[in-house]
Design a binder for this molecule. Structure first.
Ligand code: ATP
Length: 464
């Protein structure tokens, strides 16, 4: 900073705690530094409120390491400079990731290609609009090294080449706040790897898994219309020649409570709305299906639609993806009927029958349809939802549940069915993608998970 003061260079001024302003030092008198801001204002501040700014020749550099000063305002200015020109990617290295600014930038994803140590890092700022940065032509350019611009493709390319060259598995970690663009970024990386390793149709199977996982594991939240409510690790396996020969998906921490409860304005998992609006008349009849607004679990948060999203169309894409991933027609029907069970469970109600708040199950359509789809009798479901068995000595005593307990039991059953369904579909996908059949020791894993936004708590070297 002494040098900057001496030479009267450009500085960042922190006049208030929230905002940094760019200016040029005009004069120094004791502890007072007079700065002319870019907007014409003149400020007088002590040196500790100033940080050195980079010369304007470095405005918008595509690698943060090229910057002379790597302080918070300089980095944020660089990101904003590039972002306003639709350059949403910036390269850096993990040592340069300073938690003071990285946790403050809302829309940031970081990709790491790890071998035994942390590899290159890419910062992506969500454009929240279509940008002309993707597609076959660009994939070819990155593949043929015709461009060196920072990009997810470049990161995937490094991972791919290192895997092939050294025969060592690679990992790409994607981190960022909700809505930062993690899932989209993971898909872009997968598309690049699929284009490189495409051979026998396995690549389209791998890509279609996203459609299925998003239908079952994503939902509209207040921050993101397509928020992943689970974490996932996708392992793509390659042959010695770099062809995709299998994949394995691991999922973590599905938000089960969303099935039965959520904040107003948010939705449950997309698949429920897709099923209700897209199922064929035959499916509707078999599944005893009604419209989404008929189901308590869906209508409670007063949000049945997402602007610009056609749930029926998405359902037809889902059916296509289930076929491509080779989920049999029978298994698809099992999946849909269990989803219908969950919906009907939410319509089951209870009546208090005594002054101790004990209940009996109301005999309604929800009860009859849930029992029918579950393949049990109505009395069996009534017992399961309104009573519990307690062992007293050698005897089993059956106790009626109170209203709160019965509602909890019903919701717990719905959540448990959904969570098992989610795990089951992932198992089916893994089976179809040939997990474990070939151990090639060549894989690229892509981790897309929320909750790693705080880089000061994240040990990059140990997180894979
Ligand atoms: N590269 C991109 N180009 C265009 N739009 C994008 C891009 N990345 C993200 N988006 C937009 O931002 C939205 C949110 O992105 P995404 O769902 O990937 O965020 P996320 O970090 O995975 O959020 P969550 O943690 O809630 O799942 C996307 O639905 C898409 O509209």
């Amino acid at each position: 900073m002494d040098y900057v003061l001496q030479k009267k260079l450009r500085v960042w001024c922190s006049a208030s705690d929230e905002k940094w302003e760019l200016g040029q030092i005009q004069s120094i008198s004791g502890d007072d530094v007079e700065i002319h801001l870019v907007n014409g204002e003149v400020l007088t501040l002590p040196p500790e409120r100033l940080l050195p700014a980079n010369p304007d020749i470095l405005d918008g550099v595509d690698d943060l390491i090229q910057m002379s000063y790597l302080n918070e305002p300089s980095v944020l200015y660089n990101l904003q400079y590039r972002y306003s020109r639709d350059h949403i990617y910036v390269r850096t290295i993990h040592q340069a990731l300073d938690c003071s600014w990285s946790t403050q930038c809302l829309f940031i994803c970081v990709l790491l290609s790890l071998q035994t140590k942390a590899g290159p890092v890419l910062i992506a700022i969500n454009p929240l609009k279509e940008v002309p940065l993707y597609g076959k032509d660009l994939i070819r350019k990155y593949r043929q090294k015709l461009t060196n611009d920072p990009h997810v493709y470049a990161i995937a390319d490094i991972a791919f080449n290192e895997m092939l060259r050294d025969g060592i598995n690679q990992s790409i970690i994607i981190s960022g706040e909700s809505g930062a663009g993690k899932t989209e970024t993971a898909k872009i990386a997968m598309q690049y790897l699929a284009a490189l390793g495409g051979a026998n149709g396995m690549e389209s199977e791998v890509l279609q898994t996203n459609v299925i996982l998003e239908a079952l594991g994503n939902a509209k939240t207040s921050r993101n219309d397509n928020s992943s409510r689970f974490g996932k690790l996708i392992e793509m396996h390659f042959s010695e020649t770099g062809k995709i020969c299998g994949a394995k998906i691991q999922t973590f921490l599905l938000e089960k409570s969303r099935v039965v409860r959520r904040a107003p304005g948010e939705r449950s998992y997309h698949i429920f709305y897709q099923l209700c609006s897209g199922a064929s008349p035959l499916h509707r009849k078999k599944l005893l299906l009604r419209d989404a607004n008929y189901y308590n679990y869906l209508k409670q948060s007063a949000c049945l639609r997402i602007d610009g999203v056609d749930d029926a169309k998405r359902f037809s894409s889902l059916l296509g993806a289930l076929d491509i991933v080779q989920i049999s027609g029978e298994n698809q029907m099992e999946l849909f009927s269990m989803l219908a069970v969950v919906l009907w469970l939410g319509n089951i109600s209870f009546s208090v029958i005594d002054n101790e708040n004990h209940v009996e199950v109301d005999s309604n359509e929800g009860l009859a349809n849930a029992a029918k789809l579950l393949g049990c009798s109505v009395p069996q479901l009534v017992i399961a939802l309104s009573t519990r068995k307690i062992q007293a000595g050698k005897e089993n005593i059956v106790q009626r549940l109170t209203l709160t307990q019965a509602l909890d039991a019903r919701d717990a059953l719905a959540k448990s069915i959904y969570a098992h369904l989610f795990d089951w579909i992932v198992e089916q996908i893994n089976h179809s993608l040939g997990t474990g059949r070939q151990r090639t020791r060549r894989s690229i894993s892509i981790l897309d998970i929320y909750g790693f936004e705080s880089f000061n708590k994240m040990a990059l070297n140990s997180s894979v």
